[in-house]
Design a protein. Structure first.
Lengths: 141, 97
């Protein structure tokens, strides 16, 4: 199974661990895994479209995807307002599903940052299930 | 790097968000006590952000189905905010009380 599928499965596992009193560590890592699942999904799909079919080259292209830059591009996609540089890369109109995936990416990335570094935030299962659900929907889009 | 400069929210900014939240008041899923937006600030990249809080009754059991329902609801609000070309990007958080 591809890495992004494994990460999504891991997120679901962590989100449902400790059914009665979930640990913050499990919930936070679930959010993180859900984010990385979508990150690697987009990286893999992007590399597939941008690189020659050789596996090694594709992996190298995949490694070029950076979190902050993806955040900026995804914000543009989600808002449906592309910069001239980004628009020049597209040959077809923005599809609704792609805008939705971009929106999920932006939201998950911010949640992952809070999950990783904001110790004042308290994660509950609702929030984590919502992030997981959004990630799953991005996979299906 | 993001070129979005952080500025203080104006009364008009707050009104716009409140109007959008109010627009969907009748579509709140069961168990949602209220929708707040108390925080204007920034996201992890430093870009302007508005945090919308969904306050859910603590008696509501957290399930994937309920989470989906909440996501569908919050998406309505987010979409409206994003489509209005609002400078502050909407993020949501869910709290129980």
């Amino acid at each position: 199974m591809a890495l992004h599928h494994d990460l999504l499965e891991q997120a679901a596992h962590l989100a449902s661990r400790e059914p009665r009193r979930p640990r913050q560590a499990s919930l936070r890592r679930a959010v993180s895994s859900a984010y990385y699942a979508v990150f690697h999904l987009l990286s893999a799909e992007g590399a597939k479209r941008l690189s020659p079919p050789q596996r090694l080259l594709r992996a190298q292209v995949g490694r070029a995807f950076a979190h902050r830059e993806m955040h900026e591009v995804c914000r543009q996609f989600a808002a449906g307002s592309l910069s001239a540089t980004t628009a020049a890369l597209l040959s077809t109109p923005l599809e609704y599903e792609l805008r939705y995936v971009a929106r999920v990416f932006v939201e998950l990335q911010n949640a992952r940052h809070a999950a990783g570094y904001d110790l004042s935030a308290n994660f509950d299962r609702f929030t984590v299930f919502q992030e997981l659900g959004a990630a799953r929907r991005a996979f299906d889009a | 790097m993001t070129d979005l400069a952080l500025r203080a929210p104006t009364v008009a900014d707050r009104q716009l968000v409140q109007e959008i939240i109010d627009r969907y008041e009748t579509r709140r899923p069961a168990g949602v006590r209220r929708v707040d937006f108390t925080t204007f600030g920034e996201d992890w990249t430093g870009a302007p952000a508005v945090y919308i809080d969904l306050i859910v009754d603590k008696s509501v059991k957290p399930t994937m189905d309920k989470a989906r329902e909440l996501n569908d609801f919050i998406k309505l609000i987010h979409d409206d905010i994003i489509d209005s070309k609002f400078e502050f990007w909407p993020y949501s958080r869910t709290f129980t009380e």
